[in-house]
Design a protein around this ligand. Structure first.
Ligand code: ZN
Length: 321
């Protein structure tokens, strides 16, 4: 059984830069990609499968028509979305709803996300959480644009990890590149967009203050971190988050220098992104070259696989929700 390799879906963004163009050897006429959706079955940007028996289908189509590859999941929507983000400017200050709110108001999933920082300029700070003590204070500070009082800045460096539950105020800022693993959802409520004008439309982008105030967690609490580390053969495996703390996904960082043989046990399928180095994936006797920027799924029928080389991987799997 073959792994399922995917071609990214690219999304130009007002705040995007040119790093993703270089990483994926891809050019868009207007430049400045911003987001590469590298493992996506979302209706707004499903990835194409580029090898094997499912070649030519989107991941969305494959998930809906061939559930055997994914262990016969309950739902029809591929539950996770993995993106590379290149913030060449600040993203809007935003919040995402939880499942209950998104289902009623948006016909989409809620969005809990997470960031593994691939690169951060020296001194970079991102926005994570806020300082309002009550809903009244939150409303006052948002309505009166007291951003310096409201927003909480956190220093960030390469290799940091952030878990961003639905309801958390957040923004990536200029000079930060991340791989984002999240629930498959396209719902963002903007509370502040730095008063900038979108060059394409000549207007400011839309804000969603009512929905933002409905969904922001007050007061903000940082989630606890339980990062666990273990060594298996030549690999160091860090569990970044897992249920019950993170009900929607498991997330691992793997650092390999040598060989790592593994069984696909425990998860119905695995989502893999190479974020550093190069090497090989060996699956049922077949060898695939992989390198920074490779993204693939190890489907349910894969029992044994191995990685070889000097690699850093980010691996996720669906949670129990
Ligand atoms: Zn977000």
């Amino acid at each position: 059984m073959e792994p399922i390799f995917l071609a990214p879906y690219f999304r130009p963004k007002i705040w995007g830069g040119h790093k993703l163009e270089r990483l994926f050897h891809y050019r868009v006429p207007e430049g400045k990609i911003g987001e590469a959706w590298v493992i996506s079955g979302h209706r707004s940007g499903p990835d194409k499968i580029i090898n094997g028996p499912l070649k030519g289908l989107t991941l969305r189509e494959a998930y809906q028509r061939h559930p055997v590859y994914f262990g016969y999941p309950k739902g029809k929507e591929f539950p996770l979305l993995v993106k590379f983000l290149d913030a060449n400017d600040n993203l809007s200050v935003q919040v995402h709803p939880d499942d209950a709110y998104a289902k009623i108001n948006e016909n989409d999933s809620g969005k809990t996300e997470s960031w593994y920082v691939l690169q951060a300029d020296p001194g970079a700070q991102l926005i994570y959480g806020h300082h309002a003590k009550s809903k009244e204070q939150l409303r006052d500070w948002i309505t009166n644009q007291k951003w310096h009082k409201l927003l909480r800045y956190v220093p960030v460096k390469t290799g940091d990890f952030f878990y961003v539950p639905a309801g958390t105020v957040h923004a990536l800022t200029k000079g930060i590149m991340v791989i984002e693993t999240q629930q498959s959802s396209d719902v963002t409520y903007r509370l502040y967009d730095w008063d900038r004008i979108d060059a394409k439309t000549g207007k400011k982008r839309q804000l969603h203050l009512k929905q933002a105030m409905d969904t922001i967690q007050v007061p903000h609490h940082d989630p606890e971190k339980h990062i666990e580390q273990q060594t298996q053969q030549d690999a160091v495996i860090k569990t970044l988050v897992s249920p019950p703390q993170s009900p929607h996904f498991y997330l691992y960082q793997i650092d390999l220098d040598g060989r790592w043989d593994q069984e696909r046990s425990g998860h119905p399928y695995w989502l893999v992104s190479v974020i550093k180095g190069s090497g090989k994936l060996i699956c049922d006797g077949h060898i695939y070259s992989i390198a920074l920027g490779s993204n693939f799924i190890l489907p349910n029928q894969v029992q044994h696989f191995a990685f070889e080389g000097k690699l850093r991987l980010v691996i996720s799997a669906p949670g129990n929700k």
